[in-house]
Write a protein that binds this ligand. Structure first.
Ligand SMILES: Cc1cc2nc3c(=O)[nH]c(=O)nc-3n(C[C@H](O)[C@H](O)[C@H](O)COP(=O)(O)OP(=O)(O)OC[C@H]3O[C@@H](n4cnc5c(N)ncnc54)[C@H](O)[C@@H]3O)c2cc1C
Length: 305
């Protein structure tokens, strides 16, 4: 006999919804619905929830959805939203302990305030710590895993494990297990070891990074940052611009005029299919005109409508 949802999930403190819209959880502000969407109350509540999930249930994690295209047909199975839920950020010995839902820019400011160097780049990455770990997010010469001392992972079975960076093979926007398999489980926290620096210098570097980003990126319009990874020795934006694709539009979405590697959803009316069609067109055009096959950096999930 099928169990009703409240029967299945006892003693939870978070918010459970069924057939819930997901567009609000992504920076592109588009996409379909999730069959079951859970916003945990905290780290332990997330573990209790995962332990009660039916075995084999597909489980998708969303941080701030700033690198995510959710297709219009939505996501089957369960989606957990970690932003705001796993929010602890504190000093722990000489490291910074950050739970996975903490926005990366908050870690940058916290590190600067406590006189650490090399965390400034996180100010430019508008996702969560969990998303930064999953993507090995980086900019301005910094990269997330370079300063990771330890991570905590919640396994699909609902158990917490602490792991050293040596458990992973990380590269440019790439994170695998050391044996080459895809990362398993949910990143729930990280301990970052940043070198000592000067608080004033760090604040100045953050201000400079943000000033440059505002000048070069369409931050006032819904977007998901760089759509394509930079090919070795070149820039995706330069290649896309050289093909005359700035401003190229399908439906409600278009290639940004300000930064050719960004696709924007100016009026919030683009469908995920519009954006996916632009991605395919840009890829085909650049391949045809330059011979370079651009690889998407954004993750595309869910089903087509
Ligand atoms: C304006 C703008 C500028 C950007 N600039 C940069 C940049 O300079 N450098 C850069 O690297 N990125 C950049 N990005 C992309 C994005 O911010 C990063 O990839 C970020 O780290 C994603 O974090 P998120 O929490 O939004 O992840 P999401 O988009 O929510 O998820 C991304 C992927 O990570 C997985 N994931 C998320 N959280 C977890 C978790 N806790 N455990 C396991 N898997 C998880 C998701 O399932 C998904 O596959 C930019 C985006 C925007 C909108």
């Amino acid at each position: 006999m099928m169990m009703s949802e409240p029967q299945r999930f006892g003693t939870l403190r978070g918010t459970l919804a069924q057939d819930a819209p997901l567009a609000r959880y992504t920076s592109w502000r588009c996409g379909g619905r999730g069959d079951r969407v859970y916003v945990p109350a905290d780290r332990d509540d997330l573990a209790a929830f995962v332990r009660q999930l039916p075995e084999g249930e597909p489980l998708t994690v969303i941080g701030l959805g700033s690198n995510l295209l959710i297709r219009d047909g939505g996501v089957r199975g369960t989606v957990v939203i970690l932003h705001a839920a796993l929010a602890a950020l504190e000093l722990s010995d000489h490291a910074i302990y950050a739970e996975a839902g903490v926005p990366s820019p908050k870690v940058a400011r916290f590190a600067a305030r406590h006189g650490f160097a090399e965390a400034e780049f996180l100010a430019g990455i508008p996702g969560t710590v969990g998303g930064a770990l999953a993507m090995n997010a980086g900019c301005w010469g910094g990269e997330t895993w370079r300063n990771v001392a330890r991570v905590e992972v919640l396994t699909r079975g609902g158990l917490f494990e602490q792991r050293l960076p040596s458990a992973y093979a990380t590269g440019y926007r790439s994170v695998r297990r050391a044996d080459g398999s895809p990362p398993d489980g949910i990143f729930t926290a990280a301990w970052f070891a940043f070198p000592q620096g000067d608080a004033r210098d760090a604040r100045a570097r953050i201000a400079e990074l943000l000033r440059r980003r505002i000048a070069t990126q369409p931050l006032d319009l819904p977007n998901a940052g760089s759509v394509f990874r930079n090919p070795a020795g070149d820039h995706a934006a330069r290649l896309i611009e050289s093909c005359g694709l700035k401003g190229f539009a399908i439906g409600g979405a278009r290639v940004s005029e300000k930064h050719a590697n960004f696709i924007v959803n100016p009026d919030g009316r683009a469908s995920a299919a519009d954006i996916e069609a632009i991605i395919a067109h840009v890829r085909d055009t650049v391949r045809g005109k330059t011979g370079v096959d651009l690889e998407p950096e954004v993750r595309v999930i869910g089903e087509r409508a």
